[in-house]
Design a protein around this ligand. Structure first.
Ligand code: PHE
Ligand code: NA
Length: 445
């Protein structure tokens, strides 16, 4: 059977943007930011998105579009080396680690969504905010496991539909819905009392803090930048492998990075005015993964029309999460299909069965060797895997593909001139890997 391709250019852009836009923008970003010193973190993070993110996206696109296989087959065929093929398995493992915790958080959101629509907001706000109360029951244990299964099933359902009728069709509906709803929510939130103070808090830029903490925030900021753009996981290699027409990759990469940033900014414009209007200080809400939910659920509970707003908000988050989780599942699935000739159905069933178990570990969240599994997987583990994964792709493009990478980048209508493409290859082959190794070392040290 011929390998599937995207039906349209817009289809590819929306699928890739759908992968990028996700829990990283709405859920992970605020708590990682809060845990790492706020505005100093933000500045470094934005710099990395621009200087590492866009060239990094292009590196994965070049490998995918030229290789026309899953990361395993693409790296092997383009290098003619089985060693690189073996390295490709690293991305399959990363994808499974990602999906394991992502599906658990997706489950929390599904639950908040369902309960919002059916009157969750009737409970007193103190109930949501009290530690160990509402969120404590949602976050870990049998309930968390059950909702993880539900979210995983939804993810599998889309991926079962294949590239065109599953992923492309799904993201073509999900992405516009996310954008429209978020803009509506941001406009509504802007009219809340206290919105001005919220904007000031959110957008405050403090040079002194950036200077003082630069090296401390480098690692987490790089991790978040890669996470939010779906870089280093092999997702963008996989999605680009389904492109069949030649067109300007830099244009696509820029649109995808811009959409991802736009959604992050919009989410902040919704969340912070909401919290401020109710006198919740975002810096004071409990740090860590629960921060957003505890504060927000309590906020919705106090609002006039809170049911509608809460339902719309969690609806947005469900769609954003789903359009990302499908891109994670597609990596191991494409690997099994390309390398072992498995049918899509079998491949999806096999991977999903594995993630039921690995996600279960995140859902029950035992403490192993003094470390709670969920927080470890969702933070340091994933950050490290993505950074190492991207370094390898960059080195591959710079040193193994070399001229071929330049040719691939430049091919297609409106492709960049050599004057633009050559510095890109230099950055990808040398500057960015050195920088990323440095961020890794600051994390370890
Ligand atoms: N970019 C997604 C988000 O922001 C997460 C993701 C990471 C998706 C890696 C695919 C691969 O939520
Ligand atoms: Na993102």
């Amino acid at each position: 059977m011929a390998r599937e391709t995207w039906a349209t250019r817009v289809g590819f852009i929306l699928a890739a943007a759908g992968s990028a836009v996700g829990l990283g923008n709405i859920w992970r970003f605020p708590w990682v930011t809060a845990d790492n010193g706020g505005s100093a973190f933000l500045a470094v993070y934005l710099g990395i998105v621009l200087l590492v993110g866009v060239p990094g996206l292009l590196a994965e696109f070049v490998v995918g579009r030229r290789g026309k296989k899953s990361p395993v087959g693409a790296l092997r065929d383009l290098s003619g080396s089985r060693g690189w093929g073996l390295w490709g398995v690293f991305y399959v493992i990363t994808a499974i680690a990602l999906l394991s915790f992502y599906s658990v958080v997706g489950g929390w959101i599904l639950r908040y969504f369902g309960e919002s629509a059916s009157g969750l907001v009737g409970a007193p706000p103190a109930y949501f905010a009290a530690p160990g109360q509402y969120f404590g029951g949602v976050a870990a244990g049998p309930d968390a496991f059950g909702f993880h299964l539900l979210f995983l099933a939804l993810t599998a359902l889309v991926v079962l539909g294949g590239v065109r009728r599953g992923i492309e069709l799904g993201t073509k509906v999900m992405m516009p819905a996310v954008l429209v709803l978020l803009v509506g929510l941001a406009v509504w939130a802007g009219a809340r009392p206290g919105a001005a103070a919220a904007y000031a808090f959110y957008l405050a830029f403090d040079v002194a803090t950036v200077r003082a903490n630069f090296f401390d925030v480098l690692g987490p900021a790089a991790g978040q930048a890669l996470f939010t753009l779906s870089l280093g996981a092999g997702t963008m290699i996989t999605y680009a492998s389904y492109i069949d027409e030649d067109r300007s990759l830099p244009f696509d990469a820029t649109v995808i990075a811009a959409l991802n940033t736009l959604v992050g900014v919009l989410a902040g414009l919704v969340v912070f005015p909401l919290l401020f209007s109710l006198g919740v200080d975002p810096a004071q809400t409990s740090p860590g993964p629960g921060a957003l939910f505890v504060g927000l659920a309590g906020a919705f509970a106090q609002l006039p029309g809170g049911v509608v707003i809460a339902t719309a908000f969690f609806g947005v988050v469900v769609l954003a999460a789903l359009s990302s989780s499908i891109s994670m599942l597609e990596i191991p699935v494409s690997f099994l299909v390309d390398e072992y000739g498995l049918g899509r159905r079998r491949a999806v069933a096999l991977v999903a069965a594995g993630v039921v178990a690995t996600g279960g570990l995140c859902a029950f969240n035992p403490t192993i060797a003094g470390t709670a599994v969920f927080g470890f997987v969702a933070g340091p583990l994933v950050d490290t895997l993505l950074t190492v994964g991207l370094i390898a792709v960059l080195l591959f493009v710079g040193w193994v593909m070399g001229r071929d990478a330049l040719a691939e980048l430049r091919s297609g209508a409106g492709g960049p001139s050599a004057a633009v493409a050559t510095p890109w290859l230099l950055a990808v082959g040398a500057v960015l890997p050195v920088f990323l190794v440095f961020t890794l070392l600051t994390t370890v040290g």
